[in-house]
Every structure is written in C-alpha cells, then in structure tokens.
Unconditional design. Structure first.
Length: 561
C-alpha cells in the first residue's frame, strides 16, 4: 500500500470508524489520559495539542504516517491499541486489494474473451489483446508477433506504445524471436539481458509469453515498461493466460475465414445466377411477395398490395422509329430506358414491364414517389433533348398517367414456365389515364386516388380537369394535371394563370359556357402550347349551341379505350 492508502486507513480508524473511536475514547477515560494525532502534513486527526509535549512518530514499514502526541506514559497503551487497530485495518485492506486484483484479472480475462470472440481476423484480436492487457499489467510498450512458416518470417501484427523501429528490430532479431516462438515458453527477461540488447534500449522491464494452440506455437506477445517495474510470477501467469486465449481466438478465426471463403465461393456462384435473374424479375417484386430471393418463389405465390401504377409512353414513337433502322431503333429505346429506369428506382419504385415505346412502373410507398419520379423524368428528358438537338435529332416527349389502388402481385404460369404477373383494375385504369394524357394535352395526368395518396401535395402544382367516365366503367373518375413536368416556359404560363384557369373551370361546370369560352380563350392566347386550355375552349364553344340536360355535371364519357 502507498502512503495515501495508509493515511486513509488511519483516518478511517480515528475519524470514521465508530467502534474504533468508541474504544479509544473509553481507554482515554479509564486511563485518564489524552493524546493527539497529526498526519504527516500536521493536520489533526484526533484530539488537540494543548499541553501535550511528548511525541512518538507513527511508522509502518519505514514510512511515516503521522505523529502521536501525549503527556503521561499511561497514554502509550493507547498508542499500542492504535497500532493494533491500524494493523488489522491494514491487513483487511491488503486482503481486499488482493481480492480486488484477482477480481480485476478474472474480469479482464472474461472481457477479453468476450471482445476477441467478436473478431474474425488476427489483427483485430492482436489489437484488443494488447489494449486489454495494458488495463491490468503495468506496461508502456507491447508487441504481438506471429510466425509465418511459408515466408519464414516473424511479422508484427499489432503494437502498443511509440516504437517506430519495431519492424527493424523484428527483422534484426528474426532468428532469436523465431527460436523463442518455437520454444513456446514464457519468461521475465533479466535486467542485465535487457541492458545488453540495443533493440531494447527504450525499455527497462520486459516479459513475454507464447501464442500456443494445441501442439503449435503461432507467435508471441512481448510486454515492456520504460521504467523499472517489478514483473511478478503472477503477472507472467496472467500474460500467459491472455496469450493462450488470443491464440485460440486466432486459430478459430483462421478456421472461420477458411470456411467463409468456401461459403463465399458458393454464394458468389449463386449470386451470379440471382443477379442475372432479378434483372428479368425485379427484386422489389420478389420482396413484395415476402421472399428474399427468386429461388424461394413458387407457382401460385401471391399478395395483395396498395400501389401506385405509372405508365410512361414515348409520344410519336412511330414517327421517330420510321427514320431509324431496327438496330438504331433498339439503341434509342435502350438509351431512353437507361435514363428513366434509375429515376424510378431513386424514388422508391421499380420497372414492372418494358413496353417497347414506354414502360409500366410500380410504387408501393404511395403516389408521392411516383409523382416525384414523373417530374424528374421530364427534367431528364429536357436534358436529353438538348443533347439530341446538338446532334440534329428531333426532340422526344413523353406522357405519364397514374392511378393508385389495390392489385394482386403473384407468380403465374405452369410447372415449366413461371412469370411475374399483376392483376388489377388499377393497372387497366392507369393505362387508360396515360392514354387520356394525350387527349387532354398534359405531360402528367393523375386521379383523385393518387391525390389522396400524396404525403406532401404542396410540393407540386395542379390543375383540376373534371371527371371522365372510361369506356366499360360505371363510375366517373376525377382527373388532375400536374404541371411541374411541362417545359419551363409553359409551366410558368400555367402557374401565372392558375387562378384564371380554375375560374374558367368553375364557369364551365356552372354551364356558363360563353364566359368559360372567353376565359379559356384569354389563357390560350397567352400561350398557344396550352393544349388543355384549348381543349376546354373548344368544348365550351361547342356546348354553347347544345341543349344541356338539367343533370349535366361535365362528365366526359370516353367511347374508346
């Protein structure tokens, strides 16, 4: 124990331990004497100096712990009692310290076992071993060495402490280190041997232990200190235990890595097949079925999901393709899909089917991502058209239609031929909406169901286009135009005249067709590319001369698909 610990032991007896204080007080009363005790810094721990003139230094193991003041020799009995109490307290703390030391060692070994069990490579195990050893063994430097029989070389796997010449030292001492490793013994290096070794000039205390596993020695762990500290047999035993644990962990890691490589090779082969197959069947589709890979899919698997279906169509594809041979036609479609596919995925969707002049995409997270993807695709198309313009090629435009609702996703076919399929009226409606985008002259057309599914509708700008009744359907659907996909000039025009357009639509539904026609005319004159305004202008002008039924609600009935 150090001076601080001894002083604390005395303070405990003289100031805090009730039983000891009561005993000393009783002795003072019976012997009718007084005493005073000061610590080495002359701070009173008991009594007052008063007229006490005689002193006796209080020492333990040649260390001054304080001064005992008294007047009558009868007080020497108190000194003997104090020494006896101190000795018992000392022994108690000594035993406690030894128990604490053992507990720390056991706890450290347990913690080390837990930590290295999580590592699967020698370097990580080595670093953890040195770090944990430094928590309980006095050390300023540490080396974790392993012998490579194939290279006949001793390699430094990890080090602790500043020693930039460690690898040079290892190379110079290769034969000595190799011999020590092969010997497989532990030792505390005598001070005279350390002093004679130039490679150890920065250390004054050194010990080492082997990394043994079964009948082999993998390497060794060397610990050292810049100061002269006393490494004991217990320290060496602890280091040996730590080294054995580390060697076992490294051996397990090697076996694990070997098994891992074999498994990895098999998985790589399977992954190649899986990667190729998921390009034909979207992995998102497989996951929607609750499966991890395509190998888990079976005929008849199905699930009902709430999705947004998006159809994208290249406008005027027939005209564009007429000017190209089949190879260029294919390259054009492929280049278009390469630009649009990533945009769909970035917004949480996946391409379910390519349709030659367009594609169908599914978004399982609602229509927010679907609409964002639609706007982004139009932006990408503007950039693409700038490239085409430089090459003297005609611009490309697209129409987008979408619908939200439930559908069945599943695997259909027979035992010899499977296919991913979706069955729902939602898909049919989305395809019809895309077709209506041509009719209404819009870049993006969506339904009320899509509007209801938006999480942040304020991110976009819309114009309400009324209701249509699709062929074969009994219930009309509300349509909305998202203007954010338009050319920038047209988009600005629609934004500036949004209130006017809404007012014109209001007049239209109130059957005030003349005023509606005038209002739509004002909008169309400002920008002749506003085909939607032109459509409702022509409708309003036509309806002025028609006899309108009382129950007319402006629902447009579509006679074709």
């Amino acid at each position: 124990m150090n001076l601080s610990t001894s002083t604390k032991a005395l303070k405990h007896i003289l100031q805090r331990d009730g039983a000891s204080r009561e005993l000393l007080t009783t002795l003072c009363e019976r012997l009718q004497v007084e005493f005073c005790f000061e610590d080495p810094e002359q701070k009173l721990l008991w009594g007052t100096r008063g007229g006490l003139q005689k002193t006796i230094p209080f020492e333990h193991e040649q260390v001054l712990l304080g001064t005992f003041y008294y007047q009558s020799d009868n007080a020497l009995a108190l000194l003997d009692a104090l020494k006896l109490l101190f000795q018992k307290e000392w022994e108690k703390k000594k035993i406690g310290k030894e128990v604490l030391g053992l507990y720390r060692e056991i706890n450290m070994i347990y913690d080390l076992s837990e930590l290295i069990s999580e590592k699967i490579d020698a370097e990580s195990i080595a670093r953890v071993t040195l770090q944990e050893a430094s928590q309980i063994i006095q050390m300023t430097h540490g080396l974790f060495l392993m012998y490579d029989p194939d290279q006949d070389r001793v390699n430094q796997v990890a080090q602790l402490g500043d020693n930039p010449q460690s690898q040079a030292y290892i190379d110079r001492q290769r034969d000595v280190l190799k011999e020590l490793i092969q010997r497989g013994t532990s030792a505390i290096v005598p001070a005279e041997r350390i002093a004679k070794n130039p490679a150890l000039k920065h250390l004054k205390t050194v010990m080492y232990a082997p990394l043994k596993v079964k009948h082999r020695t993998l390497g060794m762990v060397i610990l050292g200190h810049e100061e002269e500290v006393e490494y004991t047999a217990a320290d060496l035993k602890l280091l040996t235990t730590i080294s054995l644990q580390s060697a076992t962990a490294i051996e397990s890691a090697h076996l694990y890595q070997k098994g891992l490589r074999e498994v990895q090779e098999r998985e790589d082969a399977i992954r190649k097949v899986h990667d190729a197959s998921q390009k034909f069947v979207p992995s998102e589709f497989i996951k929607s079925l609750g499966k991890a890979t395509i190998t888990e899919v079976f005929l008849g698997d199905l699930v009902e999901r709430e999705v947004t279906v998006v159809f994208v169509d290249i406008r005027g594809f027939t005209t564009i393709s007429e000017g190209m041979d089949p190879r260029d036609n294919f390259l054009f479609v492929n280049g278009f899909n390469n630009r649009m596919g990533p945009i769909v995925r970035q917004n949480g969707g996946f391409i379910m089917q390519y349709l030659g002049d367009g594609f169908m995409a599914l978004f399982t997270g609602g229509s927010q991502g679907a609409l964002k993807a639609s706007v982004d695709m139009h932006q990408a198309l503007r950039d693409y058209n700038r490239e085409r313009s430089l090459k003297k090629r005609p611009p490309v435009s697209i129409g987008v239609g979408m619908q939200s609702g439930k559908l069945i996703m599943g695997i259909t076919g027979d035992d010899q031929r499977l296919d991913a399929a979706i069955i729902s009226d939602t898909v049919n409606t989305a395809a019809r909406i895309e077709g209506l985008s041509k009719h209404f002259g819009t870049s993006i057309l969506l339904t009320q169901e899509c509007m209801d599914s938006l999480t942040h509708p304020e991110d976009f700008d819309f114009r309400y286009l009324g209701q249509v009744q699709l062929k074969g359907k009994q219930k009309p659907i509300d349509l909305f135009e998202c203007i954010n996909g338009d050319q920038l000039e047209l988009q600005q025009h629609k934004l500036e005249n949004l209130a006017t357009f809404d007012h014109a639509m209001e007049l239209y539904f109130k059957k005030e067709f003349a005023m509606a026609a005038v209002t739509f005319q004002q909008i169309f004159k400002k920008n002749p590319d506003d085909y939607t305004a032109k459509l409702f202008l022509n409708r309003s002008a036509h309806l002025i001369t028609q006899e309108i039924e009382d129950n007319w609600k402006g629902v447009e009935i579509m006679t074709t698909k």
